[in-house]
Design a protein around this ligand. Structure first.
Ligand SMILES: Cc1cc2nc3c(=O)[nH]c(=O)nc-3n(C[C@H](O)[C@H](O)[C@H](O)COP(=O)(O)OP(=O)(O)OC[C@H]3O[C@@H](n4cnc5c(N)ncnc54)[C@H](O)[C@@H]3O)c2cc1C
Length: 484
C-alpha cells in the first residue's frame, strides 16, 4: 500500500461510502480503510439460528455501561451496518430541521434546512433505488419529484391491516424501501431482510450502491480488515497528518492530506450519544397465521407531531412501521428461559411485527467514553420516555382495532444501538457543536466527520437516508471546493 493519499476515508458504511462515490473519478487518490472484512455469502446469511442464535455476525467486542458489560449489536463489515439494515429509507420531516418542542424538552434545530438537503435526498433515493409512494402521509416533506420506483405491494395480511387503519381515519403509507424488487429485480422475498445480510444482493446497501460503484474508478482503493486506532496531528494539533492503523497484527501509519471519519457514530467520536426510543410490538391473532414473505411494507406517521385525536396538538409521539418478521431464535433472548420452544414458534407464526419509534432528545450526560482497555463505555440517559410509552399504548389500541387481540411489547435497550447518532453534532457555533454545517471539524483544518455522528437531533424516523444525503452533499463540496 502506498503510504500517502489525498483523501483517507475511515469506514465503508453509508457516510464513508457516499463520500467515496462522490470522489470517484476525480483527480484525488482516495483510500477507504475498513476494519471489517467483506461479508461472506452463503446459506447461513438467511438462517435465523445462525444470525440470532449464534450471533455469527455480531462484533465480539464488549461495551460497558454503569458497571454492566454487554455485547452490543454492532456489525463490522464492508458496507457497515447497512449489511444488516431493514432498508427502510425515510426522509426526515421538514419540521425536524427546526427546533421542536417535545414533552421532555426541545429537540434542537439543524444548521441546515430541509430545502438544503432535498436535492441530496433525491440523489440518495436514486442511488439506493428507493421504492415508495408520495402524497399519502400527511407529515411527508415536499419533494422535487416522485419516487422513481413503485412501492413493494402489501401481501394480503398487511393489505387487510392497511384497510383497517384507513377505516380508523389514519393514513397508512407504503414504507420507502431500498430493495431491488419487482420485474427483473433480484428480491425473491426470502422472508428475512431486516437484521439479516442479503446473500443475493437484493438489499440495496452501502456496499452494493456506494462502495462497489466507487471502486470501479481507478482513483478509489479499499483496504479491508484495517482497524484505524487513532488519528495523528502535526505539532499545531490542527492538522491530521496520518492514521495509525492495525493491519493483520502490524501497526503502521498511513499519511493523507484530508481525512473523512465515517466509522459510525459511536466509533467516530467520544462525546455525546443519542439513539431512538424504540419498542418491538407483536400483534398476535390466535386464529390467523402470518405467512407474509416481505413484511416491511407499511408505516403510519399520523401521530408524528402530536396526538391526532387531540386535533394534532403536541407533544410529538413518533412513527409506527412494520418490523422484519420476528423468528423463534429472536424471541429466545427476549422471553423467559422457561418458555417452551413450541410456544415461541407459535407466537412467531401468528404475529405481525411492528416497530414503535420516538425521538430521543440530546442530554449532556448521554455519552460515549473509552475505558482504559480501549473498550467503549456508553451512558444513555433515557429521555422522552412518557411520550414513548404513550405512543406504545396508542399503537396497541390502534392495532387491537385492526383485529389483533393480543399485543406483546418489548422495548429495545442500549444493547441495540442500531440508530446511534449525534456523537459529534454539526452546527453554526463552535462553542456548541463539533462540526460546521459541512461536517468539517471546527478543531481541525482537514478533518470531516461524515456518518450519523452529525445529527443534532435524532428525529423519529430511520437515519440511513439522511446520513447518505448529507454525505453526498459533503462529498460534492469536497470534490468541487476543497480538492479542486
Ligand atoms: C439491524 C439494523 C437494522 C437497521 N435498519 C435500518 C433501516 O431499516 N433504515 C435505516 O435508515 N437505518 C437502519 N439501521 C441503521 C443504519 O444502518 C445506520 O444508521 C447507518 O448504517 C449509519 O451509517 P454510518 O455511516 O454512520 O455507519 P455504518 O454504516 O455503520 O458505517 C461505519 C463503518 O465504519 C467501520 N469502522 C468502525 N470503526 C472503524 C475503525 N476504527 N477503523 C476502520 N473502520 C471502522 C465499520 O465497520 C463500518 O463499516 C439499522 C441498523 C441495524 C444494525
Amino acid at each position: 500500500m502506498p503510504t500517502s493519499y489525498d483523501v483517507i476515508i475511515i469506514g465503508s458504511g453509508v457516510g464513508g461510502g457516499a463520500v467515496a462515490l462522490q470522489l470517484a473519478g476525480c483527480g484525488a487518490k482516495v483510500l477507504i480503510l475498513e476494519r471489517g472484512p467483506e461479508l461472506p455469502r452463503g446459506a447461513e446469511n438467511w438462517d435465523p439460528e445462525v444470525v440470532f442464535g449464534d450471533l455469527r455476525y455480531r462484533s465480539r467486542e464488549r461495551w460497558t455501561s454503569g458497571g454492566k458489560r454487554f455485547r452490543p449489536g454492532q456489525y463490522y463489515f464492508v458496507g457497515g451496518h447497512t449489511k444488516f439494515y431493514g432498508a427502510a429509507m425515510f426522509r426526515l420531516r421538514e419540521r425536524d430541521f427546526a427546533a421542536l418542542e417535545h414533552e421532555d424538552g426541545i429537540s434542537p434545530a439543524w444548521p441546515i434546512s430541509y430545502a438544503d438537503l432535498e436535492p441530496w435526498y433525491a440523489q440518495a433515493e436514486h442511488i439506493f433505488g428507493v421504492r415508495g409512494a408520495a402524497g399519502i402521509d400527511p407529515t411527508e416533506p415536499p419533494r422535487s419529484g416522485p419516487y422513481e420506483h413503485l412501492p413493494i405491494p402489501h401481501e394480503p395480511v398487511l393489505a387487510a391491516i392497511a384497510k383497517k387503519l384507513q377505516e380508523q381515519g389514519l393514513h397508512p403509507f407504503p414504507m420507502p424501501a431500498a430493495v431491488d424488487f419487482g420485474a427483473g429485480g433480484r428480491c425473491v422475498r426470502c422472508g428475512t431482510c431486516d437484521a439479516f445480510p442479503c446473500r443475493i444482493d437484493a438489499k440495496n446497501d452501502a456496499e452494493t450502491c456506494l462502495i462497489r460503484p466507487a471502486l470501479r474508478q481507478p482513483n478509489v482503493e479499499l483496504r479491508s480488515e484495517v482497524l484505524v486506532e487513532r488519528l495523528i496531528t502535526d505539532d499545531t494539533g490542527r492538522r491530521i497528518v496520518a492514521a495509525q492503523v492495525l493491519e493483520r497484527g502490524a501497526r503502521h501509519e498511513v499519511r493523507g492530506e484530508l481525512f473523512v471519519l465515517s466509522a459510525g457514530a459511536v466509533n467516530s467520536a467520544v462525546r455525546n450519544y443519542m439513539s431512538h426510543n424504540s419498542t418491538a410490538l407483536m400483534a398476535v391473532h390466535p386464529q390467523h397465521r402470518n405467512d407474509t414473505k416481505f413484511p416491511k411494507t407499511l408505516a403510519i406517521s399520523d401521530y408524528y407531531f402530536g396526538d391526532a385525536d387531540d386535533a394534532g396538538r403536541g407533544p410529538p409521539l413518533g412513527n409506527l412501521q412494520l418490523l422484519g418478521k420476528i423468528r423463534e431464535p429472536m424471541l429466545r433472548a427476549a422471553m423467559p428461559a422457561w418458555t417452551p420452544r413450541a410456544a415461541r414458534n407459535w407466537l412467531a407464526a401468528h404475529s405481525v411485527d411492528w416497530y414503535v419509534l420516538s425521538e430521543d432528545l440530546p442530554h449532556r450526560d448521554s455519552t460515549v467514553r473509552v475505558n482504559g482497555d480501549g473498550s467503549v463505555d456508553l451512558r444513555w440517559v433515557r429521555t422522552n420516555q412518557r411520550a414513548h410509552r404513550r405512543w406504545v399504548e396508542k399503537a396497541r389500541t390502534i392495532l387491537k382495532r385492526t383485529g389483533y387481540p393480543i399485543i406483546l411489547t418489548k422495548p429495545f435497550g442500549m444493547e441495540t444501538p442500531s440508530h446511534q447518532c449525534g456523537t459529534a453534532r454539526f452546527g453554526t457555533d463552535p462553542q456548541t457543536s463539533a462540526l460546521d454545517p459541512l461536517c468539517k471539524a471546527w478543531d481541525h483544518d482537514n478533518l470531516y466527520v461524515v456518518d450519523a455522528s452529525f445529527f443534532p437531533s435524532s428525529a423519529a424516523v430511520n437515519p440511513a437516508l439522511t446520513v447518505a444525503a448529507q454525505a453526498l452533499r459533503v462529498g460534492h463540496h469536497l470534490r468541487t471546493q476543497v480538492l479542486r
